[in-house]
Design a protein around this ligand. Structure first.
Ligand SMILES: [Zn+2]
Length: 195
């Protein structure tokens, strides 16, 4: 998939809003990304899954492992496209672990899949879960890489692939150029924004 094809699916589902937003952090931003909205479209989720699978097939993963909740849907679609199991790790007492009877073994080649990588923290923790189970982590992948892309982006000790590198600037409210232009600021989700 090209960058424009990925962005188009985000925009059409309202998962990528452009305007002037007040984020949960209190910072202002000209954009807002909500992956769950595009993954709510099964056809889009399936396309992303196939596109990620094409990028990682050479790593020969035998199982996909995703951090819950954000990684579950896309992990499942990547697993479907690769023809391998799709498991998820979830937090218990703050720590990611395998539950629900999910198991990994030393013969497993694990691909960690997330929806959005920002700092890489939950991807790293999910890798730790796989390694603690004795499995080999062969790669990581996400739909969106918000970490700043190659060079100043996130680094893992395995190959990492994403469909869309996308960073959004954020501003302190008193230094926000959009506020300076007099544009009204909205909280994402508080109303529909046409794009
Ligand atoms: Zn502002």
């Amino acid at each position: 998939m090209t960058r424009d094809e990925v962005l188009d699916l985000f925009r059409r589902s309202g998962a990528l809003l452009e305007g002037h937003f007040r984020l949960t952090s209190g910072l202002h931003s000209p954009g807002y990304l909500q992956c769950a909205l595009v993954l709510a479209q099964p056809e889009s989720a399936e396309r992303f899954g196939r596109a990620i699978a094409d990028l990682v097939r050479a790593l020969r993963p035998t199982v996909v492992l995703s951090p819950a909740i954000g990684g579950i849907v896309i992990g499942h679609e990547v697993g479907r496209a690769l023809g391998v199991r799709a498991l998820f790790a979830e937090r218990q007492d703050g720590q990611f672990m395998l539950r629900r009877g999910f198991t990994l073994s030393e013969s497993d080649r694990v691909l960690v899949v997330e929806d959005v990588v920002t700092t890489g923290g939950s991807t790293r923790e999910t890798m730790d879960v796989a390694r603690a189970a004795g499995a080999q982590v062969v790669g990581a992948a996400s739909i969106v890489n918000r970490s700043g892309g190659p060079g100043n982006g996130v680094e893992f000790d395995v190959p990492f692939e994403s469909l869309l590198g996308y960073t959004l600037p954020t501003y302190e409210p008193d230094k926000c150029p959009l506020c300076a232009q007099g544009l009204p600021v909205v909280k994402p989700g508080s109303r529909q924004v046409a794009v």
